[in-house]
Structure formats: structure tokens, C-alpha cells
Design a protein. Structure first.
Lengths: 293, 412
């Protein structure tokens, strides 16, 4: 089966990219190995909670400059607006906006800045169901993607990405084997360590599908409270249009979006969902522009 | 022995990869309706650690598991949760199967008797007093409507009506029809033969296939299942070329449960066994065959991804085929278990749970209001027809209905 774009990863970034592409008529398939960290979402989205110095941000759009990943966006404000619309079009209702952060109180009683708060959060009906909002968001986005004609390969995993002469020429999936699906462009949105977008062994951290270049951002140790975990910041290296680097040069038809991007530190900046959605939208735009789809 | 089990478990079922994230619990349809069920995480990787130390930790509630695999599909760690649960049932379960379980499990034995007396059987199992006895004595729920038995098996139809013509085809596929096609619904097998012939492929049977064994596994008769598995794999090995199926459950059992649960090595032929939709989709993809559809064909259908089709990861092939049919209005239903899980929903103690599990799906179907639901699973068909009141078709049958078979045959 041939697609215009195959997205690897069924979390927030993969789904955002998929919805954006398929809403513009791009034939898109999404390979989703198990559920993503979206499952743990408590019903709120962050765009930018703290600046590089660790100070809380009240107007995120004004503070995005110089923040990792956001640096590479062409017009973060516009992208944030589109992200909000994408969520609404999927039937999700939120309060808040990118203009100014609102505050919410975490289960630990800490007030923290945030971008959007899901309205009508489904109540956890069952005692063990701590995941009401995350599951709800996930399902709404999958439904939206499907209704736009997107195809989801559920519970399947991408493998053995082949790169020849600077281009991806094919992938296998665990369940369909090799060559069953192919596309002219690929998006790596497979998340970080928890989702196995990145895998760490005793010797190294690697990206298992394509063997993309993995880098770690310089770790800043001068801000102790916000001192990043050493593995934060690890991710795949890209060029300025989010094209994945392999052996130092960009792979012409392979893009990365979301948590897998190098330099991203969602705990320090409070920007997890913002990075996932905005980079995914940017990648969708870059693909459409470059492919003249 | 303990060590061997432990190593086997660690290697194949990925017990140690459990992240304790609880995602599986949100996707388990049993857990959603019955608080007595400990859920995939506990019943699977968590308790398995204890069972490995002492089999006394085995808990009979594991039989509430549908083996639907929805937990596995959702698990980000790649833990093969249903295998852990089913193997524990096989390994530690102590109850001898009841008469009821024997009847439900031996689909081929019961089928061969019932087909011979189809009108009587179909009539009697529909009768109130008979249903009462089945319920009271056997524990087969009286609210369940029984699948009808055909008056003539698929195999006997094939031998007389279809086999002679198959010799005329240079290219051949073999067909594992399964018990359902043979005893309950030969029509699906006939549709399969018609479609394959139109695509330029002759069809052969394996010659003596046994029930894939899925119902035996679920009803505590693993040893019998293993004998069937060995026989089937032997037959598959004996001939060349692909072995196609029209049931997602038979396919899943032969490809995955044989090695993982029954210890029957199928590695030499595993890749040869697959759903017909997969084979047809790849022929279309490579341009080897072409299709001609009936002029003015129109139908509104909803696709239901059966648990085992989803676990195979192959729903894409059916969706791909359906999307190629002009005039077909297709809704892809949100993936949910229908609740029957083979023989599970026939048991009195499971009936209510089974219907509660399926309710979400039935509701989706009522809302979509299709003329037919399309799915690859025969037991989903019984459940959906009974509970949502909409006819259910295999994708192969829908294809046979939409194709201009003669015109297609000319193209290939
Ligand atoms: S989803 Fe998988 S990794 Fe998570 S708790 Fe369940 S078995 Fe463990
Ligand atoms: S196989 Fe199905 S019923 Fe059994 S634990 Fe997993 S999700 Fe639940």
C-alpha cells in the first residue's frame, strides 16, 4: 500500500501531524506501537511554563524566542492558534489560550502555569481508571484522523528503515513485514524513552528504526531546581526544517516531530504538548511545501 | 523445569518489559464491566511473577479473560499479556473440562453430527424447552441464539461442485476453511472460491484439515488442540504455496497460538498462512490482478475490526480492499470488542458480561445504521447479528457481491 506520508508514532505529535496532513488531502498512514504517553495526560496542555532562567512565564507567545525546538518554527503564535483549532475540530473543548497562561493546581497542590485545560473532563468512572482525560483526548484525535481518511496501524511497530543515497527507501513493520506499506515521505514521531522512540543501552542511546543521529543538548547545571535530568535533551538531530540527520547529513524525505527531537526539555520549560503539536504542524507544513502536495 | 519456564516466559512473553504503566487496564473490556476481574496487568505480568515461584498463586478468575488481545495491542512495552494468561490457564488450571465445555470446544465433532441432522438441530436448539435444558443442565445461556448448521458441509459442496473446475487454473492457492465455513456457513467458502477463480487462481483444500483448536484452547483441552495443530501444520507443510483463510481467529491461532501456547513449531510455514484479504490486497498492489465491479453497485457498510484481526495487525488489508469498491459507503467503527470471544459468550456465567462488553459497539452500529457490518470473524457475526440486528458479512463475501465476476475473470 502506497501513501504520501507514513508517520511512525501514534501519540500527540503523530496524530497532530496526521490530522494536519490528511485534512489537506494528503494520504497518510500512522504506525502506532501501543498507546503513547498521551494516556497519562491529565487534561491540560503546556506551551511554555518557565523560561530559560526558570522564571514562570505568563505570556508564552512573547517568551518563545530562543527556546529549543520553538526556535525552528515559522510563526509559533500562528501554529499555536492552529493547534487549538485542531483540538476543537476533533471535538475537544479547552479553556485558555496561547496569549496568556492560566494556572492550575496539580495533585501535589502546586500551582503551575499552563496553556489549555480540557473542559468536560470525563470523570474516572472506575477506581483504577486514572487515565480518563488522556484516553479521551487520544480517542478523539484518532477518530478525527480516521474520519479524514487517515489509516491507523494499531499495535504495530516500524522496523528496519532503509536509507539509500540520503533517502528513506522503505520500512518494515512487525506485523505486515517488509514492503507492505511505503510512502514518499516519513515522519518520525515515536516519542522518547518511554515509547521506545529512543532506546538506551549501557553504551549508547539510539533511535531504533532508522539509526538517526542522536545528540544530547548541553546540560546546564547552574540552575539547580530546574537542573535537567541527564537524559533530558537526548533526541534525534535535525536540520532547520526538521529533517532527520544521519551520519551528519539530512535525509531528504525523513522528518522528526515531538518528544524525539533533540534539545527538548519538557520538564524544565513546561512545554511538552506545545513542542509536540507545534513541531508536528510545522513538519506537516514543511512536507506540503516541499512536496508541493 | 521451573527455570525453563522462567526463561521461556522471560524471552517470549516479555514479562520483564512491563513498565507498570497500567495502560493495558484501560483497554481491557472485561475490566470495564466487571470489577471482579483483576485486569491484564495483574492477571498477566504481575501475578505471573508469583506463579513462577509457586503455582498455588494461580487464580481461577483468569478464565474471565476473553483472550481478545486488546491489552497487548495497547501495551507500549510489547508485553504479550494474553499469552501469559492463557499459558497460565493451560499450565496451572486444574479443572477437568465439563460436558458443556466439551460440547462448545469440539466444533468439528459437533459440526459433523449436526450437519447431518441440520433441520432437526436448528429447530430443536431454537425451542424453548431445549434452551431451558441447555441452560439448566449444561450452562449454555438460554438467551443466546444458536448459529445455524448447514445441511451440507462446505467440503462436500467443494468436492462435487467446485473441485473439477479448479484443475483448469495454472496458479493455485490452498484454503483452510475452518469449522464455521464447513458446518455453519458454506456460503462464505463458496464466495471465496468464486473470487479467487475470478482472479485467476484455482483453489485446493488441505485434505483433512482439523479445527484450528481455538475453542479447545479456551476450554481447557490444550492437548487435543496440540494434536490438531500438529496435523494442520503437517498438511500445510505437505504442499506448496500460500494457505489462505477467511477467519481472523483461525489465522491468528495457526500463526501465533500454535508456537506461543501449544509449542508447535510453525516457523517453516508461518508466512504462508494468511487471510485472503491480505493476499488479494497484495495482488492488487503489485498490479498482478485487476478487478471489475458491477455497474451501479451501492451499499452502506460499517467495518468492525475483530479482536484477532486487530492483533494480527491486518485490518488495513480489509479497509484497503473495501476502499477500492466504488459505490461503497464505508464507516470504520471505533475498535471495540463485541464481547462474544468465541465460545465465551455462550456460557451462562458469561452472558451478561459478554453483552455488557459489546454494548458500546452495538450502539456505534445502531448510530451508523449500515446495511451490513463487515468483519473477518465468525463469532463476531453471531454476536452482532443477534445483538445489533444488522447482517454481518465477511469482506470476501462483500467483494464477491460487488464484483462483476465474469468481467473480472476476463481481466486476469
Ligand atoms: S500496558 Fe504493558 S507495560 Fe503497561 S502495565 Fe500493562 S503490561 Fe505492563
Ligand atoms: S486479553 Fe482481553 S480480556 Fe484478557 S486481559 Fe487482555 S484485554 Fe482483558
Amino acid at each position: 500500500m502506497k501513501f504520501d506520508v507514513i508517520i511512525i508514532g501514534g501519540g500527540l505529535s503523530g496524530l497532530t501531524c496526521g490530522i494536519s496532513l490528511s485534512s489537506r488531502g494528503v494520504r497518510t498512514a500512522l504506525v502506532s506501537a501501543g498507546q503513547s504517553s498521551l494516556y497519562f495526560n491529565t487534561g491540560s496542555f503546556d506551551l511554555l511554563g518557565w523560561d530559560a532562567a526558570g522564571k514562570p512565564v505568563s505570556e508564552p507567545l512573547k517568551a518563545l524566542e530562543g527556546i529549543p525546538v520553538y526556535r525552528l518554527l515559522s510563526g509559533a503564535g500562528e501554529l499555536a492558534g492552529r493547534a487549538e483549532k485542531l483540538l476543537r475540530d476533533a471535538g475537544l473543548e479547552f479553556e485558555g489560550s496561547a496569549e496568556s497562561n492560566s494556572y492550575r493546581t496539580t495533585p501535589l497542590g502546586i500551582r503551575r502555569p499552563c496553556w489549555l485545560v480540557l473542559k468536560n473532563v470525563p470523570q474516572a468512572v472506575l477506581p483504577w481508571d486514572k487515565s480518563g482525560p488522556g484516553l479521551h483526548i487520544q480517542q478523539a484525535l484518532v477518530r478525527r484522523f480516521r474520519s479524514l481518511g487517515g489509516l491507523v496501524l494499531v499495535g504495530d511497530a516500524a522496523r528496519d528503515g532503509k536509507i539509500e543515497n540520503g533517502r528513506v527507501t522503505g520500512i518494515s513493520t512487525e506485523k505486515l513485514g517488509s514492503g507492505a506499506i511505503s510512502a514518499s515521505r516519513y515522519v518520525l514521531a515515536s516519542g522518547s524513552f518511554m515509547n521506545r522512540g529512543l532506546v538506551s543501552t549501557a553504551e549508547e542511546v539510539h533511535e531504533p528504526v532508522f539509526g538517526s543521529d542522536v545528540v544530547s543538548a548541553p546540560v546546564r547545571t547552574d540552575l539547580d531546581v530546574f537542573a535537567p535530568q541527564p537524559y533530558m535533551g537526548f533526541g534525534v538531530a535535525t536540520d532547520a526544517s526538521f529533517r532527520v540527520l544521519k551520519d551528519g547529513s539530512p535525509v531528504s524525505n525523513l522528518y522528526a516531530a515531538g518528544q524525539i527531537l533533540a534539545g527538548n526539555d519538557p520538564i524544565k520549560y513546561g512545554n511538552a504538548e506545545g513542542v509536540q503539536m507545534l513541531s508536528a504542524l510545522q513538519v506537516a507544513d514543511n512536507i506540503i511545501k516541499e512536496a508541493a502536495l | 523445569m521451573k527455570l525453563i519456564n522462567q526463561l521461556k516466559t522471560m524471552a517470549g512473553e516479555n514479562l520483564e518489559k512491563c513498565l507498570k504503566c497500567t495502560i493495558c487496564t484501560a483497554y481491557c473490556p472485561v475490566m470495564a464491566v466487571d470489577p471482579m476481574y483483576p485486569g491484564p496487568k495483574q492477571a498477566g505480568p504481575d501475578q505471573e511473577r508469583f506463579r513462577l515461584m509457586d503455582s498455588a498463586y494461580f487464580d481461577d478468575v483468569l478464565k474471565m479473560c476473553l483472550n481478545c488481545g486488546r491489552c497487548e495491542t495497547a501495551c507500549p512495552g510489547g508485553v504479550r499479556i494474553p499469552d501469559i494468561i492463557q499459558r497460565a490457564r493451560i499450565q496451572y488450571g486444574t479443572h477437568a473440562p465439563s460436558l458443556r465445555d466439551f460440547i462448545l470446544a469440539n466444533t468439528d465433532l459437533m459440526g459433523s453430527v449436526a450437519t447431518k441432522m441440520a433441520p432437526v438441530v436448528n429447530w430443536t436448539v431454537g425451542l424453548k424447552p431445549v434452551k431451558g435444558i441447555m441452560d439448566g443442565v449444561l450452562g449454555i445461556d438460554h438467551r443466546r441464539s444458536f448459529p445455524k448448521y448447514a445441511g451440507r458441509t462446505f467440503e462436500s459442496w467443494f468436492k462435487r461442485e467446485a473441485a473439477p473446475a479448479q484443475a483448469g487454473f495454472a496458479k493455485k492457492v490452498r484454503y483452510f476453511h475452518g469449522c464455521y465455513v464447513n458446518y455453519n456457513y458454506p456460503r462464505l467458502g463458496q464466495d471465496f472460491v468464486a473470487v479467487m477463480n475470478a482472479l485467476g487462481y484455482g483453489v485446493e483444500l488441505l485434505g483433512g484439515e482439523k479445527c484450528c483448536g481455538v475453542a479447545l484452547i479456551a476450554n481447557g483441552q490444550a492437548e487435543h488442540a496440540r494434536r490438531n495443530a500438529e496435523r494442520n501444520i503437517g498438511l500445510i507443510k505437505a504442499g506448496p504455496g500460500p494457505v489462505l483463510t477467511t477467519s481472523s481467529t483461525c489465522t491468528f491461532t495457526i500463526r501465533d497460538e500454535y508456537p506461543n501456547l501449544l509449542g508447535v513449531d510453525n516457523s517453516a510455514v508461518r508466512e504462508d498462512v494468511g487471510l485472503a484479504v491480505r493476499f488479494i490486497s497484495s495482488l492488487l498492489e503489485s498490479g498482478e490482478v485487476r478487478l471489475a465491479f458491477k455497474q451501479g453497485f451501492r451499499k452502506k457498510v460499517a467495518y468492525h475490526s475483530a479482536c484477532h484481526a486487530e492483533l494480527l495487525g491486518w485490518t488495513v488489508y480489509s479497509i484497503d480492499l473495501l476502499r477500492r469498491i466504488p459505490g461503497l459507503e464505508l464507516t470504520v467503527l471505533e475498535s471495540q470488542c463485541c464481547g462474544i470471544a468465541g465460545t465465551y459468550g455462550f456460557k451462562k456465567e458469561n452472558y451478561r458480561r459478554s453483552q455488557a462488553i459489546g454494548e458500546g459497539l452495538f450502539e456505534q452500529i445502531r448510530t451508523a445504521a449500515p446495511e451490513a457490518v463487515v468483519t473477518e470473524c465468525e463469532t463476531c457475526k453471531w454476536q452482532i447479528e443477534m445483538s445489533a440486528g444488522v447482517p454481518v458479512q465477511n469482506p470476501v463475501s462483500l467483494l464477491a457481491e460487488a464484483l462483476d465476476l465474469e468481467a473480472t475473470a476476463k481481466l486476469n
